[in-house]
Design a protein. Structure first.
Length: 104
């Protein structure tokens, strides 16, 4: 009977350890919570771009990874690219902004 209890305890401990490791984020992979946070940040940045008349939101792509926002796409003038960066930096949760926007 004690052997069965030890096996059950060992199996439970292994399951807990595997689950804990599976939920931890790495430098290249997000945890579930970080993924949701980044989705919210992306949505807020896109909304900020859509509300600003000087930036054509459809021309700017937004990607977020662990709070770092990357902007890409093509805009008509450098002022629009700079404004997009300013708007992204103003969103709560954004830790940095990488500007890969090109002027056509």
């Amino acid at each position: 009977m004690k052997i069965a209890q030890r096996l059950i305890t060992a199996a439970f401990a292994a399951t807990v350890a595997i689950t804990a490791v599976g939920c931890v984020s790495t430098s290249k992979q997000e945890s579930a919570g970080e993924y949701v946070d980044d989705a919210v940040i992306t949505t807020k940045v896109k909304a900020a771009l859509a509300q600003d008349p000087s930036v054509k939101a459809t021309e700017v792509n937004v990607e977020t990874f662990k709070g770092d926002v990357q902007l890409s796409g093509f805009v008509a003038d450098p002022a629009s690219a700079q404004r997009a960066v300013e708007l992204a930096r103003g969103v709560k949760g954004v830790t940095s902004v990488k500007n890969d926007i090109r002027v056509k």
